[in-house]
Design a protein around this ligand. Sequence first.
Ligand SMILES: [Zn+2]
Length: 213
Amino acid sequence: MTHDAAEALVWAALDAEQRGLNSGTAGNFSLRHGAGLLITPTGIPPAEMRPDQIVSMALDGSWQGTWRPSSEWAIHARILAARPDVGAVVHAHPDHSVALSCLRQAIPAFHYMVAGFGGTEIPCSPYACFGSGELADTVVTTLGSRYHACLMANHGMVSVGPDMATAIARAAKLEMLARQYLLALRAGNPALLNADEMAEVAGRYREYGRQPG
Ligand SMILES: [Zn+2]
């Protein structure tokens, strides 16, 4: 494994913690690496994590070395196997995303920025036990070929990107939208953007070539 890529993963874990996206050992992070992936180890909090503890694995889950990969390695490996456009995966338990995941519903088009996640809603994957192959499969199915993130029922969230900076930025954006949607739900019955309005937003995003604000 390259030391630079391993260092980038340790940095990602610290960065996510500083942004309030994960705490303790709940979050895990991976980067595509050759035919396999590099992934954060299980049970080591970001502040104590060192680059030599990053685990190099094959997409089939085989690995070697002293340190065990995250218990959610299958989510990372199966997303990377299914999505050639993805180079980095973030899985975490930020508070507002977790709270909304317990409703087991997609985040609807309550705000135009929902369109930046690949569709007109941000989906929620069905419940399955943590660390299970079934959970990994439900997440892969929910993301499909186009979504950049999803909630995971009664658990947390996953985001993906071509690189780690993008995947973390999407995780932060999802957590912000989850917080704002919860606030709106508390205040009343949020009006939703319709299909035409969301199509217009998607067109603007394509026009800008990136997501504005
Ligand atoms: Zn988890």
